[in-house]
Ligand binder design. Structure first.
Ligand code: AMP
Length: 279
């Protein structure tokens, strides 16, 4: 496994790679969710490239950029174990040199859900992912369903800008009790960790209600909100049932829907989602 920090060095290495390149962009502090993406990439490509970059432009003022967890040595050991070929550790001054002023903005779907609560977030995400695609030059890029709106934004960007790669979506990896794995779970203390299960419980409630024949989105959302309301440490940012492509809220769940939510547990903001209905 090679660790590369400079773009020019990566480009030289890329020229020597034979066969398909699978790419997994991450912000590090890796867990089994990230490693699942890496394993998919490993199975489907001759070469696997993983990037680790905590992207400042996708954090809003007052968000957790400074205290976002970092552990490069542990990350590198985990990636070595998964037989990754190249880890790209770009330097912030090379990603955003002085005077950097070109942005990629996906309109429409970024105005809802996460984009509404975190203005500018997806502008930072789309810009850094476009830059990483330009640098890495992958055949396939792997993203987690855990960040469903991010997946929709990347797919739209790739399609709208004719980017020549395939986006592969990997199902959410969960802890044994159902909590979606996330680098931010590390912020939770013991009591909050228990309270955080309310996200998964509310998604299961939606699944059960839907399976029982309920198709009114409003009714399901209200019952999810009521369940979350019973958890004193939880504060809802949003509970949404939306069309999986446009991410617009639906009234009637007569086709595949994205049920998603963002909930603050103490000072930690968690997101999760499931898809209900046939895709
Ligand atoms: P991050 O380091 O949080 O930017 O995540 C890097 C990639 O890992 C993104 O595509 C995420 O959607 C994905 N990811 C994060 N958590 C999970 C999870 N629990 N299951 C599957 N993929 C995940």
């Amino acid at each position: 496994m090679r660790t590369i920090t400079r773009v020019s060095e990566y480009r030289d290495a890329r020229k020597k790679l034979d066969g398909a390149v699978g790419f997994v962009p991450t912000m590090g502090y890796l867990h089994e969710g990230h490693l699942e993406l890496v394993r998919w990439a490993r199975r489907e490509n001759n070469n696997v490239v993983v990037s680790i970059f905590v992207n400042p432009t996708q954090f809003g003022p007052g968000e957790d950029f400074e205290k976002y967890p970092r552990d490069p040595d542990r990350d590198l050991a985990l990636l070595e174990n998964e037989k990754v070929d190249i880890v790209l550790y770009p330097q912030p001054d090379e990603v955003y040199p002085a005077g950097f002023n070109t942005w990629v903005e996906v309109l429409g779907i970024t105005e809802r859900l996460e984009g509404k609560v975190r203005p500018g977030h997806f502008k930072g995400v789309a810009t850094v992912v476009a830059k990483l695609f330009n640098i890495v030059n992958p055949d396939c890029a792997y993203f987690g369903q855990k960040d469903a709106q991010q997946v929709a934004v990347i797919q739209k960007m790739v399609s709208d800008l004719n980017m020549d790669l395939r986006v592969i979506v990997v199902p959410t990896v969960r802890e044994p009790d159902g909590l979606a794995m996330s680098s931010r779970n590390t912020y939770l203390n013991k009591v909050e960790r228990q309270a955080a299960l309310v996200l998964w419980r509310s998604l299961n409630l939606a699944r059960d209600l839907h399976a029982g024949g309920e198709s009114k989105a409003d009714s399901i959302k209200k019952q999810m909100e009521a369940l979350i309301g019973q958890e004193p440490l939880a504060a809802i940012d949003y509970v949404s049932i939306a069309d999986i492509t446009s991410l617009e809220e639906v009234d009637c769940m007569n086709k595949a829907c994205l049920v998603s939510l963002a909930v603050r547990i103490g000072r930690t903001r968690l997101i999760d989602n499931i898809i209900l209905g046939d895709q």
